[in-house]
Every structure is written in C-alpha cells, then in structure tokens.
Design a protein around this ligand. Structure first.
Ligand SMILES: [Zn+2]
Length: 317
C-alpha cells in the first residue's frame, strides 16, 4: 500500500447523486419524478470541492451516469481539481433488482458517458447502496469485462438492505472468471467478533468523532488503508425532506449539520489520495495500458456463473 512521509495514505470517496435518488427513499413513483425535483448537486459538490481544495486533498468521486449526462460540467470540475472520477452506474437501481443483462447495460452506459466527458478511462465502480451481495456476485466478472479495474461495493457487514457479512473486510484482489478485480470494501471494525461500519455515510454522522477517530486509528495501526465514503447531500442541511419510513428518515437526516466539521477533522487527522493512486497495485494496473480499459475495448468473454468463494483470493492479513 502507499505510504507518504511515513503515514499510510487512505482512500476518501464521494458518491455523487442527488438527494432524491438515495435507495432508502426509492419508489417507482419517486423515480418517475426525478426530473421534477429541485437539483442541488452543483451547490453540494462545489462545497466538497472547495473543502478539499483548501486542504489540498484529492479523492475519488463515484459519479452517477444520470447526473453526469445532465450536468457534464460537474464531472469536468471534479477532474479539473485533480480528483479521480469513477462510476456509480447510470440509474441507481439496486443490483439485487437487476438482471446481469440490465447490469451490464447500466455500467456500460455510465462508463461511456463519463469517458466521453473526460476523454480518459474510468477505472472504478461502486454499486448503488453497496448492492453486490452473495446473490449478485455474478456482477463481478461483468465489471472486469466492461473494463473496470476495481470495485468498492462489497460491504462486509450484516444490514437489512445490503452487505455480505462473510466478505473479506480489507482491500484485496479477486480472481473472477473474466480476470482480476480489486475489491475495496468500506472500512469496518471488529468488536467482539461483530463487524461494525466506520466508513462514512450515516455511521460517520452518528458516532461522536473522537470515537470514530479511535476506531480509524486502530485500523491504520493494523496497516489497513481506510476506505471512507460520503455523499454531496450529506453536506446539505436545508435539503427538502422526503417521505419515507422512520428508520430511513433517521439514517438520512441524522446530524447533517455535523458532516462538514467532521470531514475537516478527518482531513487533518489522516492522509488521503484517490483510490487509483493510493492502492499501488491498482495504480500499476491503471497505468499499464489505459487505452485497453476504455469501454468497448475488452474482448467479450463467455463466463459461467460464479460464487463468491470461487472467486475469492484474499491478501495476507
Ligand atoms: Zn448512491
């Protein structure tokens, strides 16, 4: 892994989507009205870019294809600041609700849009709500076939909507039937044999920062690069409130006013870089033959269905 000035370099990421696109509030009716909601993505993304720029920190932005298609200037602004642009898929539909054919179309469409704007390959992917689970591991070789080098969708926790409790919790290389794929699970910590998420999102806003920081230091001392994630809407205290279950509303709106201050403290306490630079083997894969990673440049491979244990090859812990 990458070390700078004796400090481990970690991965900071943002899933760039509108406040009304989150899976917790998903419904066919709301999806049909996406075009009618007030867009707040410019303001919220600019806030993050300003915050990172003032501290000279670079990160990875997993941009939703739907957003990139409508607002390509956001993608250009992110790239102009030296950040990595990666893919959050196109339509933010849970993989658990997609067929392999739908999934391939979705990630290909997003890659075409992003690479068309950037003029360079997109290496990374993160599924909506981390929805690559034991039931959807078929997605992993498809990612390789579509030119992705790494994935950050397997969340090694027990959760009502996502997660694969038994997944390897640290950055590792998977061998899929279509070739290697690096996996970057969001950071978790094991307490009395149970894995708790400490990576970002609602967990980042819920826990007092000093407690979170102690957990993150513990992971750093174990030599594990942190994989943190946040969303632009988490910086938007005034966003319109959506209807949804009490639990969804709690997770989405809790402590929104604390995100910015906590991120500032996180940036002071830890060193970060984009994923395609922070994880050395990924950096090497991206550098080797970038043209071959452009969408449509891969040889289609015929692959049999795979299970996670078949593809799993972990790094020494
Ligand atoms: Zn998302």
């Amino acid at each position: 892994m990458n070390v700078s000035g004796g400090k481990l370099v970690h991965c900071l990421s943002f899933d760039v989507e509108e406040h009304f696109q989150v899976s917790a509030f998903e419904s066919p009716v709301r999806r049909s009205k996406w075009g009618q909601f007030e867009s707040r993505i410019h303001k919220n993304t600019d806030k993050i870019l300003g915050l990172l720029g003032s501290r000279q920190v670079r990160a990875t932005f997993f941009v939703l294809g739907w957003v990139a298609e409508r607002y390509p200037e956001i993608v250009r602004s992110i790239a102009a600041e030296g950040h990595e642009v990666a893919s959050h898929g196109y339509g933010h539909e849970l993989i658990t609700c997609q067929t392999p054919v739908n999934f391939r179309d979705d990630i290909r469409k997003a890659k075409i849009i992003l690479e068309g704007i950037l003029g360079q390959p997109v290496y990374g992917y993160r599924a909506p709500s981390f929805s690559i689970t034991r039931d959807t591991v078929w997605a992993l070789p498809i990612l390789v076939e579509e030119g992705y080098v790494y994935d950050s969708s397997l969340f090694p926790i027990l959760h009502d909507r996502y997660g694969m409790r038994e997944a390897n919790p640290i950055c590792h290389r998977l061998e899929t039937t279509a070739g290697p794929l690096w996996e970057l699970p969001p950071s978790t910590i094991s307490i009395l044999g149970i894995r708790f998420p400490v990576a970002g999102g609602g967990y980042f806003r819920l826990l007092p920062y000093t407690i979170l920081r102690n957990f993150l230091i513990r992971l750093e001392q174990m030599g594990q690069p942190l994989v943190m994630y946040l969303h632009p809407w988490e910086f938007d205290v005034d966003q319109p409130r959506m209807e949804g279950s009490l639990l969804s509303r709690f997770r989405h709106y809790i402590n929104l006013d604390k995100t910015e201050g906590r991120l500032k403290r996180l940036l002071s306490d830890f060193s970060f870089a984009p994923i395609c630079e922070a994880i050395r083997p990924i950096a090497e894969m991206c550098r080797k033959n970038p043209e071959s990673l452009l969408v449509g440049k891969q040889e289609p491979k015929c692959h049999a269905p795979v299970s996670y244990s078949d593809t799993h090859l972990s790094l020494p812990r």
